[in-house]
Design a protein around this ligand. Structure first.
Ligand SMILES: [Zn+2]
Length: 110
């Protein structure tokens, strides 16, 4: 319930990919799409996109572009453990913070 979405990662986070064709890869979150609960991870889940020449595109061709992944398919890599870890939430100084469930390291304030 509530207005908070379930996206547990933020832009700039290093994450491990848990599912899909890039399972096992790691990358940096470059975009979070809270409305759909999806994230874009640098160099992960690349799809080929055909470009048609038009007013903005000088040359037709194929480009690779990152497609959004559902946030449930990525796991935050703890900067202390260096391993993908479940994220818990803790309240410190009346603020919610993300906490690594393995080592207890506080990732940051939310
Ligand atoms: Zn940790």
């Amino acid at each position: 319930m509530g207005t908070n979405n379930k996206v547990h990662v933020k832009k700039g986070d290093m994450v491990a990919i848990l599912a899909g064709k890039d399972k096992g890869k790691q990358g940096k979150v470059t975009r979070v799409l809270p409305k759909t609960g999806r994230v874009i991870v640098e160099g992960v889940n690349l799809v080929k996109k055909h470009l048609k020449a038009g007013p903005k595109i000088r040359q037709a061709g194929i480009v690779s572009q990152e497609a959004p992944l559902h946030s449930s398919n990525v796991m935050l890599i703890c900067s202390k453990c260096g391993a993908p870890s479940r994220v818990g939430f803790a309240v410190t100084d009346d603020k919610k913070a993300r906490v690594c469930r393995k080592c207890g390291e506080i990732a940051d304030k939310v």
